[in-house]
Design a protein around this ligand. Sequence first.
Ligand SMILES: CC(C)(COP(=O)(O)OP(=O)(O)OC[C@H]1O[C@@H](n2cnc3c(N)ncnc32)[C@H](O)[C@@H]1OP(=O)(O)O)[C@@H](O)C(=O)NCCC(=O)NCCS
Length: 193
Amino acid sequence: MPSLVAPAMSAGHLAESDQPTLPVGGDVLLRPWLLTDAAALMQAFQDPAIQRWHVRRADSVDEAREWIEGWQSSWQDETGGHWKLVDAESETLLGRVALKSLILADGKAELAYWMVPSARGGGLCPRAVMALTHWALGKGGFHRIELEHSTANRASCRVAVKAGFEEEGVRRGAWLHADGWHDVHLHARIRQD
Ligand SMILES: CC(C)(COP(=O)(O)OP(=O)(O)OC[C@H]1O[C@@H](n2cnc3c(N)ncnc32)[C@H](O)[C@@H]1OP(=O)(O)O)[C@@H](O)C(=O)NCCC(=O)NCCS
């Protein structure tokens, strides 16, 4: 049955270009993941807060490498975009910011993030979120970027607010975590914001 609405983004829009490297400010960059980042990724997932809010752990460098392979191929498949946040001078891993659950026809994606413990508390995550969102709603071609967090995760809510994501409401009992069901706070930015 023909649709009456033209897709907001056509298939191939992302994959026809390489995944970009994005400046965040200072020496900090958002870069596509490399397989050589696997050991640092596994190390980051030893952190209890990352395990708690991302509901998984990495038990080996091989496992972390498999995640990175999936993240790399998601750009070609147009199912996701996964960036590492890195200090360009030292190559130290600072965090991760990602676009997932892409629906190109609706011009929509969800944003996710974590920071390694030593990089927290300096406002870097909101800056990285703003840099990626600026690209996504501009050159990237998206219309709407959603950001969700458990209502129990106040630090994540602060990131959303500081990065200019409007609060749109609460989805009750929407996520199952290791400690049970969580209510989820929805924020979003649209191109006109
Ligand atoms: C949530 C998270 C990404 C925030 O990143 P960040 O770069 O520390 O962000 P900010 O510096 O802007 O701090 C955000 C809030 O974290 C809290 N915070 C401040 N210093 C902190 C520290 N050293 N450690 C943890 N949280 C801290 C504060 O509430 C702060 O809000 P404020 O600026 O209004 O005081 C980071 O804490 C993290 O990775 N947490 C574990 C994983 C996670 O929660 N991921 C998000 C899932 S939705």
